[in-house]
Design a protein around this ligand. Structure first.
Ligand code: CTP
Ligand code: MG
Length: 566
């Protein structure tokens, strides 16, 4: 496979490839003890109902806050984090033993006398500290809860991260360090589920069946610290799965308003109202923008107490089930997530991906490329989606309101897949680049359903069959130039990694002196070297180009005027 890469760069034939220095071998089919996505989501949702977030003047307020709040119940964990804008705001998340205790703490809260906004009940509070030195009291059981995190959502800056990777003993360790230091941490997940819980709680009086569900990188296991939150808000029970049958038949039935005949207009009208509600009443919510003419209408907003960008949609649950699929792929084999983090970082550093939507490949499409690669290796590391579909049981049936069939087995034992592939992640990265250096993007489409390449149904530059809506292309947005850039960059990367191995073998690099291993893969391109990909200048699409008609009201400031007292 590499011969083509070498031809491309006129490279000399290489000594046989060695494995990167690594003391451990990966056991074949190295399954992590697989967790169910539904359990994960339920546990996190339940955790959010037991949690409150209190703004404080600094982490030094913790003993006083703890002594005050433990009167409402047993505090089982506490986390500190900061939000940095012009100044630094401090927050402490308190987790109670049960939801009743958290609720009592919230119900005990007063409203600020100077408050100009409408009083609203939410899990976002602030603490009037006395400033007096306080000694933290023990709990009834005699133990004290310590702050489990200090500045717990701070993102490691690039230089520090690269410094950490430089110190690693081998590339395998570099991969592990990259994953450990950049993946969305426990506190990050808690904050995202609290954001969802805030929306759900705010409207639950009027819409008792409403559910706000996080999806995308916040929950699929591929999110990094600081990633945006994708949220689906459903006002009804959308899913026609087994759960819906559990409702008891009552002879008393609620009166309701008739729906509009056009489902899309209905969703848009509802989203306008929800957007207003978020903007006018929800503490912490600011910069609300309604993008209702997009294929999937969304409301974008910022949460100032969570330092979080949120995209809220109210369409079907297919994005949520797609996240479940990705989560399961991450659970199948412990190499999958670190590998995807590596590939995503590489794509970011060479400018293949970009935080704004445009004609380039998205993180989601890139993730599909990695999963597909792992499905088609000689000894597959991941099963095809069709394998999951074939193993589905009646309780796995999920059909969205608009008929998208999201049925696939959720039970790992029923799927019964295990891999005999024992390659190390450092080998797999190189194989990934080699594979896509050779891939026939012109004629072939990538099908995760089949786990093999199929004929391209149209002339899109990059074609990845949407796993849940197989007539759609996940990467339809990718232009020919960007697809070409992808091809060039995977060849560059294969070349860099090959050279790394060779250097190692011949000279033995002094790892403390110069960049080595992944650092060379993550190097931003040297501006003095003209590489072929530089002829293609990425162009960020205007919002109006992405959507037919975009409604973008002026940015708004949150109604909250609260600040913690010193
Ligand atoms: N999604 C999908 N089909 C698409 C695009 C997105 O099903 N064509 C779903 C996927 O579940 C995806 C989620 O929507 O994970 C959110 O999309 P996006 O925010 O673009 O990707 P993320 O995976 O969240 O990655 P990022 O960290 O870049 O936000
Ligand atoms: Mg996302």
């Amino acid at each position: 496979m590499l011969s083509a890469v070498r031809r491309c760069y006129n490279l000399k034939p290489q000594v046989p490839r060695v494995r990167y220095l690594c003391s451990t071998t990966v056991p074949a089919g190295s399954k992590v003890s697989a967790h169910s996505f539904e359990d994960f989501v339920h546990k996190r949702q339940e955790e959010a109902t037991r949690s409150v977030i209190v703004q404080v003047s600094s982490e030094r307020s913790f003993p006083e806050l703890y002594n005050y709040c433990r009167d409402y119940g047993n505090i089982i964990s506490a986390f500190h984090y900061c939000v940095r804008h012009d100044d630094v705001q401090h927050y402490i998340l308190l987790e109670y033993e049960n939801a009743q205790q958290a609720s009592e703490a919230i119900d005990s809260a007063a409203y600020n006398e100077d408050l100009t906004g409408v009083p609203v009940r939410s899990p976002f509070l602030w603490f009037r500290a006395t400033g007096r030195k306080t000694i933290q009291r023990d709990t009834v059981s005699g133990s004290k809860t310590q702050l489990a995190a200090l500045d717990g959502i701070r993102i490691m800056d690039n230089d520090a991260l690269m410094g950490t990777l430089r110190e690693a003993v081998d590339i395998e360790k570099q991969i592990a360090l990259l994953y450990e230091n950049t993946k969305l941490n426990d506190l990050g997940i808690r904050l995202r589920f609290l954001a969802a819980s805030q929306v759900q709680q705010a409207i639950s009086g009027m819409f008792p069946l409403a559910r706000a569900l996080p999806f995308g990188s916040s929950v699929n296991g591929f999110g990094k610290n600081g990633c945006d939150l994708d949220l689906i808000l459903r006002l009804d029970e959308e899913c026609k799965g087994p759960d819906s049958k559990k409702r008891p038949e009552s002879r008393l039935v609620f009166h309701t308003k008739e729906n509009l005949t056009n489902g899309r207009s209905q969703t848009q009208r509802q989203m306008e109202s929800i957007g207003d509600m978020l903007h006018l009443f929800l503490p912490g919510v600011c910069h609300v923008r309604r993008i209702l003419q997009a294929r999937v209408p969304i409301i974008k907003y910022h949460h100032e107490h969570l330092n979080l960008e949120i995209d809220l949609s109210m369409s079907n649950l297919s994005g949520f089930y797609m996240s479940e699929l990705l989560f399961m792929f991450g659970e199948f084999d412990e190499r999958v997530r670190p590998l995807i983090f590596c590939i995503r970082r590489w794509a970011q550093s060479c400018g293949l991906t970009n935080p704004s939507p445009g004609r380039w490949i998205s993180n989601f499409s890139l993730t599909c490329l990695v999963i597909f690669f792992l499905q088609q290796t000689k000894q597959p590391i991941l099963p095809s989606i069709n394998t999951l579909i074939r193993s589905a049981a009646p309780e796995d049936v999920r059909i969205t309101e608009d008929g998208i069939n999201c049925t696939f087995a959720r039970n790992f034992e029923a799927i019964g897949f295990s891999s005999k592939n024992s390659n190390k992640i450092s080998d797999l990265i190189l194989q990934f680049f080699e594979f896509y250096s050779q891939f026939d993007f012109q004629n072939k489409a990538i099908s995760l359903n089949e786990g093999r390449a199929v004929s391209k149904p149209d002339h899109s530059a990059l074609y990845i069959v949407n796993p849940l809506e197989q007539l759609l292309n996940v990467s339809k947005n990718v232009s020919l130039e960007e697809c070409e850039r992808l091809r060039i960059e995977v060849r560059n990367a294969a070349w860099v990694l090959e050279s790394e191995v060779e250097n190692y073998q011949q000279t033995g690099v002094d790892k403390s002196q110069e960049p080595w291993g992944l650092l060379n893969l993550f190097k931003t391109p040297d501006k003095n070297i003209i590489r072929p990909n530089m002829f293609f200048k990425p162009r960020i699409l205007e919002v109006s180009e992405l959507f037919d008609n975009t409604e973008t009201p002026p940015a708004t400031k949150s109604t909250s005027s609260n600040t913690a007292t010193a």
